[in-house]
Design a protein around this ligand. Sequence first.
Ligand code: B4P
Length: 196
Amino acid sequence: MFNIILFGPPGSGKGTQSEKLIAKYNLKHLSTGDLLRSEIARQTSLGLEAKKYMDEGNLVPDAVVIGMIDDALDNNPGVEGFLFDGFPRTAIQAEALDELLARKNTCIDVMLALVVSEEELVKRLVKRGETSGRADDDNEQVIRARLIEYQKKTAAVADHYRKENKVDMVKGEGTIDEIFSLLCSEIDRLKALHNC
Ligand code: B4P
């Protein structure tokens, strides 16, 4: 298996690039944001609970998202690899992910971290908010809260993988195709080395 974490702040393009990467490398896309939004749309009790946090720009409790990823891993046996998008977002989630993958005799090959300035992030999310209908893109205050939450709880997740020499910083500004091409060069280089 070849397992990738696509990492970066809200609006850095994780969702956008994930769509292209899973098609090219035949990976299973696991986006905790998408999984949570699907729970909300179906009005499950998990979704109703998560919505309270998401609408404020806060992270959903670790146990909820770890449980969702655990189920998703079990429900996708035999895939060539996973692309984790928006997960892990805390140190606790990173440790849980390592354990879940170890149980399946695999691990994270690389964390690709998209680097985008705060000014550009806010610009993108405000623009998406004009059409997405997403409550968390709806006003700049919530967008700023998400960026603060990222700095407080998520940015340090990269340190967890840096200790294992698995972090690659990739320029996340430019056209979508330019960024995609940078990500592919890294993946092609690493696939040859194959860590896990
Ligand atoms: P997510 O769904 O993960 O979304 P995101 O961080 O807002 O966006 P992403 O980085 O994927 O940006 P995108 O490609 O869409 O999280 C939403 C919420 O769910 C969180 O705030 C949290 O509450 C909760 N949650 C999710 N996972 C969690 C977890 N593990 N633990 C706890 N809570 C969790 O791009 C954004 C915009 O930029 C788009 O409009 C796109 O078109 C545009 N764009 C992309 N690339 C561009 C480029 N190169 N140039 C110009 N625009 C670009």
